[in-house]
Design a protein. Structure first.
Length: 490
């Protein structure tokens, strides 16, 4: 993966310091890492079997032999939410993520929804952990040269600019691939090729065009977007998988490739059960939808299903004790067929176990709402946590509606590192969501997000191996800093 650059030749600075950048920065480390771990014997017979190219089995305890993506270096051109989600995940797995930001401005989210004056917003800090930040004006000639050298030193370039923006910077696929044929170039756009390919897209546009909004909400209400950022964070997740897959293929082919995910496609992938239902409509009404039991005819498209479960086991959200004042005193209740008996006993309807009107799932389908009304009479007498406890004792699947306050205070989520408290030099301590993907041999530490340009010098010095005088010249050229504001005419 990312190799360490050769040392700069150290010639005297000239008018074109970036040429020195070009000489100085050359590729690095993965090879070395593989060599270091490879068995000499395995090396000899590498051609014979793929197995023999595997390094020796580590004898170090799990969690103490580096990180999964150690040695992978990522040039991170992402901004807002979708792209940063992806590169944050890769950083948690140990990749060295170098975030390139526009001098003086940075990722626009640094200054959006600000809650602490003068500090990076939570929007930014919670999406950019474990990364390094370098400021480069990608349209400045010197900036472009520095970027080319970074391209040579990285394994992956990730971006989620508006369509065409990367090309306008001169960073076409052809240019990037020629500069470093091994690099994987990963992009998020709103739409794939087609009529909308040039559109700028944000979260809710993707939720609407990917099929989520039309199938969310109540039948007699408007389409709804969900709070889960399936368009942004969901697409970031898809892209992360595409990147590691491309890196894996590279171990065989030696070359990089383009990885693209359209937000519309990512949302649709998460909505595939609704496309399933679209096709089932041809075979008759969707009996598991409560509108079937209410004798409301189906149209020609998958309808909004309220809180119906969407699977083979009917479910609904029911009120619990305190619902009159607490907007989250609710529980999701699933009338899973195998536990129908215990449900009847719990709610005080034991005869429903044998009554042919209730005893079988097909008999219950037409009266699901009436059944849920009866269950709700019972849940309303208990807190959502009491319902959870009583039901789980019988393996009845239920889900209390947890508020963000309850999640923030949940000690078990703190223990697993899913909710983490992080310290930050300008904002102080804040809560964030840690890595939800747990690897037993690649433990994630959550490190604070970088300040704007915090690692500019470090990256030029340690990654590109530039001498101090060359760095000074590049800086003087204005490629790494915001243009000075012109003084107003008197
Ligand atoms: N130096 C110089 N210029 C830079 C720069 C740098 N380091 N970083 C960015 N820029 C420039 C870009 O080159 C671009 O300039 P041009 O338009 O002149 O080519 C400009 O900044 C703006 O980039 P943008 O168009 O990507 O940003 P925007 O705020 O106008 O649009 C967004 C934002 C998200 C709508 C758009 O980037 C987009 O559609 N991205 C793809 C889909 C996506 O990821 N959406 C999810 C966003 S999260 O909800």
């Amino acid at each position: 993966m990312a190799k360490k650059s050769k040392k700069a030749k150290g010639k005297a600075a000239s008018k074109a310091p970036a040429r020195k950048v070009a000489k100085a920065a050359r590729r690095p480390a993965a090879k070395k890492a593989v060599k270091k771990n490879a068995k000499p014997a395995a090396k000899k017979s590498a051609a014979k079997s793929a197995k023999s190219t595997m390094p020796r089995i580590s004898s170090k305890p799990f969690g103490l032999d580096g990180k999964a993506l150690q040695g992978v270096r990522i040039l991170d051109f992402t901004h807002v939410q979708s792209g940063p989600t992806c590169t944050q995940l890769l950083a948690w797995f140990g990749a060295d993520v170098i975030k390139v930001e526009r001098p003086g401005v940075g990722d626009i989210t640094r200054g959006q929804l600000v809650d602490v004056k003068g500090a990076d917003s939570l929007y930014f800090t919670m999406l950019n952990h474990n990364k390094r930040s370098i400021t480069i004006d990608s349209k400045h000639p010197q900036g472009k040269r520095v970027l080319d050298e970074l391209i040579k030193s990285c394994d992956v370039l990730v971006e989620n600019f508006a369509p065409g923006a990367l090309d306008r910077m001169g960073l076409t696929w052809e240019h990037i691939h020629k500069t470093n044929p091994r690099i994987v170039v990963a992009s998020i756009k709103g739409f794939g090729p087609g009529p909308y390919e040039d559109c700028k897209v944000y979260e809710n546009v993707a939720q609407c065009t990917g099929g989520s909004a039309s199938t969310t909400g109540f039948r007699d209400g408007p389409p709804l977007v969900t709070g889960a950022q399936i368009g942004d964070s969901g697409t970031g997740l898809h892209l992360a998988l595409g990147i590691v897959t491309a890196l894996y293929q590279r171990t065989r082919t030696g070359r990089g490739q383009k990885v693209s995910v359209a937000m519309q496609d990512g949302v649709l992938n998460l909505c595939r059960v609704k496309l399933r239902d679209q096709q089932r409509l041809k075979a008759g009404p969707l009996k598991e939808y409560s509108q079937f039991g209410q004798n409301i005819p189906f149209g020609d498209a998958t309808p909004r299903a309220g809180n119906d479960s969407g699977g083979g086991q009917p479910g609904w959200i029911l009120k619990c004790q305190g619902w009159e004042t607490d907007p989250n005193a609710y529980i999701y209740f699933i009338t899973q067929a195998p536990v129908w008996g215990p449900i009847c006993d719990l709610i005080g309807e034991p005869t429903w176990k044998t009554d042919p009107e209730y005893a079988t799932p097909p008999a219950r389908l037409p009266k699901l709402m009436q059944i849920f009304d009866r269950i709700e009479q019972w849940t309303k007498t208990k807190s959502k946590f009491e319902v959870m406890e009583l039901c789980n004792a019988h393996d009845i699947p239920v889900g209390p509606i947890l508020s963000m306050k309850e999640i923030a205070e949940d000690q078990s989520l703190r223990k697993t590192g899913t909710v983490v408290e992080v310290d930050h030099p300008t904002r102080g301590a804040y809560l964030t969501v840690g890595n939800p993907i747990k690897l037993s041999d690649s433990i994630s530490e959550v490190k604070r997000s970088p300040l704007l340009g915090e690692h500019t010098d470090e990256i030029l010095r340690d990654v590109l191996k530039l001498k101090a005088n060359v760095i000074a010249e590049i800086k003087a050229s204005g490629a790494l800093s915001a243009p000075e504001k012109k003084e107003k005419a008197a």
